[in-house]
Design a binder for this molecule. Structure first.
Ligand code: GAL
Length: 949
């Protein structure tokens, strides 16, 4: 086995489409013999013979997740020296062995042995014959086993190298996970069958008709023959090699209406089933079109990940995942950064998701050495590059959902990429070619960027020349003729991402902007069980020397596919319908490209429980209608719901929501007395008991446990330290509060406090006016005033309290049900909400601030010892936020894993008058200026009512 050469694999058949066929097949998934050696040099040559010690392993799986060695995570850097094409000496070698009887339908027949994914390189032997070697971990390899397969006792042996020359081309930001991790199968090749089929189902939007172009290849490589039937179109034709057929009037396929027509190709020996989706993707005047209408990607980047199984993701899991996407108004997937399991494309065709199908290629680590010796521009690697692209395109070429082919990710630039593009365009002109690192956009059909700031996206939308170093170069002029996408934006790491609304607004405003793909769909935490406890781990947790920590957990859903709050906001901005409710009118905007709103019902309800259905006239794509609002409501909620069940959601599923709310502050109690000072701490004059409940606080507070985004400098301020550092430098993470004075006024008790960081002279003064309403109720008027020149914006402006007992739940009247922050509130709505104890926070893998409920007018915080009801009497309720947590902020800020958080038995409560936004500085812009929180005064009046249990 030679794992240090620059070419593609050897011995595999030329790539072809994955066909759904009646040809006999036999799955070889299951339990295989297995053993691992520390390096190739010490791995015995006769691994196929079965001598020596063997254990067992499931196939498909990654051996490092099955108890042999450990996974390792790096983002850009290679975990070994850059010395292409040589892998490191420390290179685990996995030997796999399977003894099996062949299915009678296959034994002695022409057949192929198919591997859908082996990381990173493998030598394959069957019954002593060397079949060849694979390269391209996420690419299919088929070997001809005709004449080599016997009825019983076949010995299949596969030697897998964790690292190989191919590792230089597979430096994606993800775990290194070796092994046979996708299906292994035997497939018969019937004598008069079809080896390959290429079908292009085109749609002519002007005529509303379709056509089918077919190219058939027989097993011997000559043109293939078959009978095509598309019953629904009454289409039947004998195909000899190639044909283009008029399909007449058809319903087109789109993500909005994924109409598929079943078709068959019949030969004497075999029937191949196809699902035809008629559609056309094209560019006109820099605008990306689907079936003649503007196509806006509302997409996500999807890696294949399962917390226990890595990239061996079962198809049922993938299906559930795509349905979850559809329920959140996602219409597109970029398969970052390799072809997914082949079954995924059947699902995207069926459910309706546009796909950018990306080749298994990334050489990002070469950036660390100034791209010296980057394989992308080295002729010795050209055949490896072409092989990768051809395997990618051939396998999936018959899927309607694929609209772009992507050459790979972050592989610099060079002649090999150009060659991939040239081959792809010649082979399949029905789709566009994408690649983000082609800075001049010379060999791509779309201008693609990642994490461009809002300003830059706006300039691109307005078609102004890019700033230096681009300027009016020929490349720039060419680029301006292309549609633009952000193949990655809004980095969903930790609490966030902020800035979604502002990107969406740009995508909606400028026709040339064809939307983008959030980075990323899923967090790649890996689950392990230690001492009976399940733990989610990230880079560095497996003893890696070189790693990139928790940068691998940056998804809209957790590794267990629980939606993060960012997904709720995203669903709002991606919604195909916008509903704007005012006191007297409801505006409904159809944001679909191609379909009307007949599949939706519009239901309304008010705060008192009255409800009804709106009569909405026909609204074509891109149109807006206005209907009168039902009379006299202080709160009116209008929802667009699915009229009937779809493949991805039940009838009644909420697609979009709009709301009108007139916030009325609670009445201020008239009868009050001056509180007894005995209820206050004599030194600090903080309230320490109410209604029998003792607590600490409230004290002014300006800090939050840094989010991941707070720990990175934003692209808009690359020279400034991240906010977490600015806050630590200013000392707002450790402020002290001193009692200035306490005095009895005629009708209230007044306490004045100064809060300031140690060693600093800037401060916040709190002026609190206390009135007793009942023995268990106080009214406090709060005025907060900053003093001195604050050198940094704050995280929050609020009051902290610590209640006895652990939190048991929260009921509130405000935005919900999920958390909301100034730049991440979309998708939450006003109402009475409840959160159980485990819904008060988000279980980010690395602990950080989370869980704020916003727009709160009243909240009842329950603990195991009692509770506190907070009612906002005056003050901007839109901004008031309540955060309830079993952990102190210091605990959240200093603990590295969620499972290591230790609750102190108290309930930590924050009542915020204002908060900073979240931004997306982990990779992208920080908090937009309008959502920042410079030092500012604040005022609020609160009723506090406490009880014990
Ligand atoms: C991009 C890259 C992604 C991921 C992301 C940061 O540069 O394409 O794979 O690394 O940054 O999470």
């Amino acid at each position: 086995m030679d794992i240090a050469r620059k070419g593609p694999g050897v011995g595999a058949l030329i790539p072809r489409a994955r066909l759904t066929t009646t040809a006999p097949r036999q799955s070889l998934n299951g339990t295989w013999q297995f053993r691992v050696h520390p390096a190739l040099a010490v791995a015995p040559d006769d691994y196929w013979s079965g001598t020596g010690e063997w254990g067992s392993i499931p196939v498909p799986a990654h051996w490092v997740l099955e108890g042999h060695g450990a996974p390792a995570y790096t983002n850009v850097r290679f975990p070994f020296p850059i010395d292409p094409p040589n892998p490191p000496d420390e290179n685990p070698i996995g030997d796999y062995r399977l003894v099996f009887d062949a299915d009678p339908a296959l034994a002695g027949k022409a057949a192929v042995l198919r591997f859908d994914g082996i990381e990173s390189a493998a030598e394959v032997r069957l019954n002593g014959h060397v079949l060849g070697e694979t390269r391209g971990s996420r690419l299919t390899h088929e070997f001809d086993v005709t004449g080599k397969l016997t009825a019983t006792g076949n010995v299949l042996a596969v030697r897998v190298a964790q690292f190989s020359d191919a590792s230089y081309l597979e430096d994606q930001d993800m775990w290194w996970l070796p092994g046979i991790f996708r299906d292994v199968e035997l497939v018969a090749i019937p004598e008069h069958g079809l080896y390959d089929v290429f079908v292009v189902a085109d749609y002519d939007p002007a005529a509303a008709t379709g056509s089918v172009r077919l190219t058939l290849t027989a097993n011997d490589g000559t043109p293939g023959r078959a009978t095509l039937e598309v019953p629904e179109l009454s289409l039947r034709a004998e195909i000899d090699g190639e044909a283009t057929l008029d399909a007449g009037s058809v319903e087109p396929w789109s993500a909005e209406n994924p109409r598929l027509y079943d078709a068959t190709l019949t030969t004497p020996d075999e029937r191949v089933s196809l699902r035809l989706g008629f559609r056309r993707v094209e560019v006109r005047d820099s605008v990306l079109l689907i079936n003649g209408a503007p196509l806006q990607f509302r997409g996500v980047n999807r890696h294949e990940h399962d917390p226990s199984r890595g990239r061996a993701v079962p198809l049922e899991t993938a299906r559930a995942e795509l349905e979850l996407m559809k329920r959140h108004n996602i219409n597109a997937v970029r398969t970052s950064h390799y072809p997914p399991h082949p079954g995924l494309l059947d699902l995207t065709d069926e459910l309706g998701l546009y796909v950018i199908l990306e080749c298994d290629l990334e050489t990002h680590g070469f950036v660390e050495v100034g791209w010296r010796d980057n394989p992308s521009d080295d002729p010795a690697w050209e055949s490896a590059y072409l092989d990768r692209m051809q395997r990618t395109v051939h396998r999936d070429k018959n899927h309607a959902s694929i609209v772009f082919w992507s050459l790979g990710n972050e592989a610099g630039h060079g002649a090999n990429l150009e060659a991939m593009s040239a081959w792809t365009k010649a082979f399949d002109p029905s789709r566009l070619v994408h690649y983000e690192h082609d800075w001049d956009s010379t060999y791509v059909d779309v201008y693609s960027r990642m994490y461009a700031t809002h300003d830059e996206v706006k300039n691109i939308g307005e078609e102004v020349l890019s700033p230096a170093p681009y300027g009016a170069t020929p490349a720039e002029l060419h680029r301006r003729s292309l549609p633009f996408i952000q193949c990655e934006y809004a980095h969903a790491m930790g609490n966030g991402p902020g800035g979604l609304e502002e990107y969406q607004e740009l995508f909606d405003r400028y026709p040339r902007l064809a939307g983008g793909f959030i980075w990323e769909w899923i967090e790649h935490a890996i689950a392990v069980v230690e001492n009976g406890q399940r733990r989610l781990l990230y880079g560095g947790d497996f003893g890696e020397q070189t790693h990139d920590g928790n940068f691998v957990t940056d998804g809209l859903v957790s590794a267990d596919r629980e939606p993060r709050p960012g997904l709720t906001a995203l669903a709002h901005w991606f919604a195909p319908v916008r509903i704007e409710v005012t006191e007297d009118a409801i505006r409904i905007e159809n944001r679909y490209a191609l379909v009307g709103l007949d599949h939706l019902r519009f239901v309304w309800r008010d705060a008192d429980g009255a409800e009804g259905t709106l009569k909405v006239p026909t609204v074509g794509p891109g149109e807006t209608v206005e209907v009168p609002a039902p009379d006299g409501n202080a709160t009116l909620t209008v929802e667009a719901v699915l009229a009937e069940a779809t493949a991805w959601a039940g009838a009644g599923h909420v697609v979009a929501r709009g709301q009108f709310v007139r916030l009325a502050p609670a009445a201020r109690p008239r009868e009050t007395t001056v509180p007894d000072r005995a209820a206050f701490d004599p030194i600090s004059m903080r309230l320490r008991t109410l209604g029998g409940l003792s607590f600490e606080g409230p004290v002014p507070s300006l800090w939050r446990a840094p989010t991941d985004n707070d720990r990175y400098p934003g692209r808009d301020e690359p020279d400034l330290p991240p906010y977490a550092e600015r806050w630590a430098e200013a000392g707002i993470d450790r402020v002290r509060t001193r009692l200035v004075t306490a005095m009895n006024e005629t009708t209230f008790l007044r306490t004045l406090h100064r809060t300031a960081p140690p060693g600093r002279d800037f401060a916040v003064d709190a002026d609190l006016h206390w009135r007793q309403v009942r023995p268990d109720v106080v009214l406090v008027d709060v005025t907060l005033t900053p003093r001195g020149p604050w050198p940094t914006e704050w995280a929050r402006l609020g009051l902290d309290l610590v209640l006895p007992g652990r939190p048991t739940g929260l009921d509130w009247d405000g935005l919900g049900p999920g958390p909301a922050y100034p730049d991440l509130a979309a998708g939450t709505y006003h109402g009475r909400h409840h959160a159980d104890a485990d819904e008060l926070f988000t279980n980010y893998v690395r602990p950080q601030e989370s869980g704020a409920r916003r727009g709160v007018r009243s909240a009842a915080i329950a603990t195991s010892a009692g509770g506190l009801r907070v009612t906002v009497v005056e003050g901007g309720a839109e901004e008031i936020a309540v955060t309830v947590s079993p952990w102190s902020r210091t605990a959240l800020a200093t603990t590295l894993h969620h499972h290591d958080l230790v609750a102190d038995g108290n309930t930590h409560v924050s009542l915020d008058l204002a908060q900073s936004g979240l931004g997306t500085a982990t990779c992208g812009v920080g908090v937009l200026p309008r959502y920042r929180l410079p030092a500012r005064p604040g005022r609020v009046s609160l009723l506090l009512e406490a009880w014990t249990v």
